[in-house]
Design a binder for this molecule. Structure first.
Ligand SMILES: Cc1cc2nc3c(=O)[nH]c(=O)nc-3n(C[C@H](O)[C@H](O)[C@H](O)COP(=O)(O)OP(=O)(O)OC[C@H]3O[C@@H](n4cnc5c(N)ncnc54)[C@H](O)[C@@H]3O)c2cc1C
Length: 468
């Protein structure tokens, strides 16, 4: 994609802000595009549409942009990414090339990881076993995927021994937000290997918000219905927006919940696809550990050699601060988050005490837990296809009546569940809309648009969020 200079972008979007758009009962001329949702995909789409000089209206249900990629700077006085935090595969992550000259610091994530076995760290040989077994587990899933689309749990080697629960946690809940039995082998195998990661010191949500600067967004304006019977009419509590086309970026769980009524109804094909791409559960239990009592390095990642699924991971001393994120996910994480924030913080304190001794509890200062399953504008964390359901991602790429395009992390075959994937899908939907309107650039093929050269796709040997 030709780089959009900040100046040309702001000029374009400012011009569009003055254009017609929301018709609260008036007969404003239709916009070219209405974009529903100002998360990663919506922002990417809006930038692309603005660059092409087309008129758009972007509406967002929340009172802020960012969706599942948002930084809270107030809770702890330092950047706390409530959703996405890792910038995966910086070599070909579409956001990386946009960070330049934004005054934000992006730095490589440390390459090491640790595993706690009871009250001690795993020794080198034990760590090697753990990593080697993970490689075998990944290979087992990739081999199974070549034969058909089944559940990842069935594809695991039988001889993982007492490392099995830890491997199941890392590949399933920690990597994909779901237990392995609920994840499609093909979806898992298609997700690109992430050989390195980066962090943004000011928060990934801060980075995304900076990319939305200058884009006119109608906040606190939820779409309640989308009528396709004559052009596009998007109903909101503030009036109806008429447009020629629409890009809908809300999560699969929000769409499946019926929060946005479609007229005519969503075809069964799309409704089934939403069911196959239900969101998993993934939450951060954020705690401040006073004085670094456990001697963590900056951004240190620690897993547990667990005996069962009631486990977590810790990302300690986020960007060198006292903020530590205890990550809970999958069916255990879902159950825990349903029992409330206090129960989550208690779990985190007990889990840490179990691994490091009771003294650590005295060092805990402020705490807070996200509960994405309860967040009505998202209703979960990120998608992972159900066994047999990987094809749903392509189904969601198909437009409705050549008028409405879906976009978002779920609408990407290899980078699903990531900010990079959401961004690319937003750009792809914008390209399709521009082509439909005429005069737009040709969209690139699925999953490859807009990114710098990327490595050949191959089954990943390491899990998503800490592939090293
Ligand atoms: C806890 C957690 C950790 C994660 N960690 C990582 C990570 O480390 N790295 C990574 O790359 N990814 C991570 N992810 C995934 C990443 O956050 C998502 O893939 C990405 O942010 C999704 O962007 P999106 O545009 O598809 O959807 P969203 O961000 O959900 O955007 C959709 C927008 O639509 C809005 N909306 C909803 N309903 C309506 C309506 N009716 N009308 C108008 N607007 C509406 C929402 O408020 C939202 O702003 C994580 C996610 C979570 C939850």
């Amino acid at each position: 994609m030709p780089q959009l200079s900040r100046r040309s972008f702001l000029t374009a979007s400012a011009a569009l802000a003055t254009g017609p758009a929301v018709a609260a009962g008036t007969a404003a001329p239709p916009a070219d595009v209405v974009i529903v949702g100002a998360g990663t995909a919506g922002i990417a789409a809006a930038r692309r549409i603005a660059a092409a000089g087309r008129k758009f209206v972007m509406i967002e249900a929340a009172d802020h942009v960012g969706g599942r990629c948002v930084t809270d700077k107030r809770a702890f006085g330092v950047a706390f990414d409530r959703g996405a935090h890792w910038l995966h595969a910086p070599d070909f992550n579409p956001l990386m090339r946009l960070t330049v000259r934004r005054g934000l610091e992006v730095y490589p994530a440390p390459a090491s990881q640790k595993v706690r076995i009871g009250r001690r760290y795993a020794r080198e040989g034990e760590l090697e076993d753990f990593l080697a077994l993970q490689v075998r587990a990944n290979r087992g899933i990739a081999d199974a995927a070549r034969k058909g689309d089944t559940g990842c749990a069935q594809a695991l080697p039988n001889d993982l021994g007492d490392w099995r629960p830890a491997i199941e946690f890392v590949l399933g809940p920690f990597g994909c937000g779901k237990d392995l039995a609920e994840i499609s082998t093909v979806d898992f195998a298609k997700s690109l290997e992430r050989t390195a990661d980066s962090f943004c010191r000011q928060g990934l949500g801060t980075l995304l918000a900076s990319l939305a600067e200058g884009i006119p967004v109608k906040l606190s304006t939820p779409a309640t219905a989308i009528d396709l019977r004559r052009g596009v009419a998007v109903e909101t509590p503030r009036g109806t927006i008429a447009a020629q086309t629409a890009i809908v970026t809300v999560s699969t769980n929000v769409l499946a919940s019926g929060a946005i009524r479609f007229a005519p109804e969503l075809p069964k094909r799309q409704a089934d696809a939403l069911g196959n791409l239900a969101l998993g559960s993934y939450d951060h239990i954020a705690i401040e550990l006073d004085g670094n009592p456990l001697g963590f390095e900056s951004d240190e990642l620690v897993f547990e050699k667990s005996a069962n699924a009631r486990t977590a991971a810790i990302l300690a001393n986020v960007s060198g601060t006292q903020l530590c994120l205890i990550e809970v996910a999958g069916s255990f994480g879902r159950e825990l988050s349903a029992s409330g924030e206090a129960a989550m913080v208690n779990f985190a304190a007990d889990w840490l005490a179990n691994l490091y001794g009771n003294e650590v509890k005295k060092a805990i200062r402020r705490s807070q837990a996200t509960r994405w399953n309860n967040e009505p504008r998202t209703l979960g964390a990120f998608s992972a296809a159900a066994p047999g359901g990987q094809g749903a991602r392509r189904v969601l790429m198909e437009p409705l009546q050549n008028t409405v395009w879906f976009a978002g992390e779920a609408v990407h075959e290899t980078l699903w569940g990531t900010v990079g994937g959401a961004w690319e899908s937003g750009e792809r939907a914008a390209d399709a809309v521009l082509r439909r309107l005429g005069g737009g650039r040709e969209p690139a093929t699925a999953d490859t648009n807009a990114s710098p050269a990327r490595p050949a796709q191959r089954p990943r040997p390491a899990p998503r969020y800490y592939a090293r």
